[in-house]
Write a protein that binds this ligand. Structure first.
Ligand code: COA
Length: 330
């Protein structure tokens, strides 16, 4: 009989484009202020990809770093999953472009669309595939070029988002490597219209009218999304604590999706986790959708003072609304 294995994260990586856009820069673009953005969101700056820098370029750079930290060659990867809402094109998948860029010629490739929860959804899929033995080594990437779907004249949204990519390599249990103990994913699509990009799909294919009506930009009802974010992230945290039979006091690091510092504070308070356990990068990167917790996990693995047995709770929420959580043991 096959030995039961628990999938491990054997390497991580991340990439942020070079250009930094500060709140001060935004003051000269729309009617806003550093003070408003900082107090309402916690964001100070965000990274913006170059015009000729695509989602797959950022994804490939994060992926190469993850492969290097895992000590794996691109040819050893048998599946690439990219979580993104800003693919290079509707098809082929961004994962296919990444395969070519990194030379992972033995990999199958697909993208998933679960918005900001995408990395958690992708990790859940990878964990199951590795644990059933159907795949050995999976590259999971979250990459976003949100600047390409941002209306830079809309102060309600343009101050919130940034570009970037994070990646990890998931494989069968390897001693001394962080194990993915438990995953949880869910969705409540009853208010999906609160956060969407309407144009470019089959409902509103690209036309002069869709461009005039700005349907190819992200649209959001901020205040309503805020309430949904707090409830959904609380729900995802609570469900995984029950599912894994782990108590919140056992969590050493809480890595939430970073859309707004006030959402993070409210969720941490609701689940009863103290401030010093909360990992924050929203001030540096803004909201990078699926890439947010991917970059965050790479930073936590590299910078957080973790000891064997320490547990990390990852929690995200996104358009749909989707939500999900992970418990990882260091
Ligand atoms: N600068 C200055 N003023 C701004 C502004 C900006 N960048 N953006 C909005 N405002 C104004 C609004 O026009 C409004 O003015 P009014 O009262 O005259 O109409 C006022 O600020 C307050 O707007 P409101 O929407 O109530 O602010 P808020 O406290 O809810 O903060 C968000 C707005 C978007 C920061 C907040 O709602 C939020 O973070 N929502 C969730 C976003 C999110 O999580 N998205 C992704 C999910 S994955």
């Amino acid at each position: 009989m096959r030995k039961k294995i628990t999938a491990s994260i054997i390497g991580t990586g991340s990439y942020l484009p070079a250009k930094v856009l500060t709140n001060k820069d935004l003051e000269s673009m729309v009617d806003t202020s550093d003070e408003w953005i900082t107090t309402r969101t916690g964001i100070k700056e965000r990274h913006i990809a170059g015009d000729d820098e695509y989602t797959s370029d950022m994804a490939a750079k994060a992926a190469m770093q993850a492969l290097q930290s895992a000590g794996k060659k691109p040819s050893s990867i048998d599946l690439i999953i990219v979580a993104t809402i800003t693919p290079d094109m509707l098809f082929p998948s961004t994962a296919c472009f990444v395969q070519d860029k990194i030379g992972a010629k033995n990999a199958a490739c697909f993208d998933i669309g679960a918005a900001c929860s995408g990395y958690i959804y992708a990790i859940e899929i990878a964990k199951r595939l590795v644990e059933t033995g159907s795949h050995n080594t999976i590259l999971v990437i979250a990459a976003e070029k949100l600047s390409a779907i941002t209306d830079w004249t809309d102060r309600n949204t343009c101050v919130l988002f940034g570009d970037g990519a994070g990646a990890c390599v998931i494989s069968g249990e390897e001693s001394g490597k962080p194990r993915i103990l438990c995953t949880y994913t869910g969705a409540d699509s009853s208010a999906a219209e609160l956060l969407m990009m309407p144009g470019g799909g089959t409902r509103f294919p690209a036309s002069m009218q869709t461009v005039e009506k700005k349907l190819h930009f992200l649209k959001m009802a901020g205040r309503e999304v805020f309430k949904n974010a707090v409830l959904s992230m609380y729900r995802a945290a609570e469900r995984i604590m029950k599912k894994s039979d782990i108590k919140i006091d056992e969590i050493k690091c809480f890595l939430p999706h970073q859309a707004n510092i006030r959402i993070i504070d409210a969720v941490a308070k609701k689940i009863g986790i103290s401030k010093e356990k909360v990992y924050l990068n929203v001030q540096k990167f803004g909201n990078m959708s699926a890439a947010t917790v991917a970059v965050g996990l790479d930073e936590v693995f590299k910078d957080w003072d973790l000891k064997p047995g320490d547990k990390i709770l990852v929690d995200a929420f996104g358009a749909g609304f989707t939500f999900g959580s992970l418990v990882i043991e260091w």
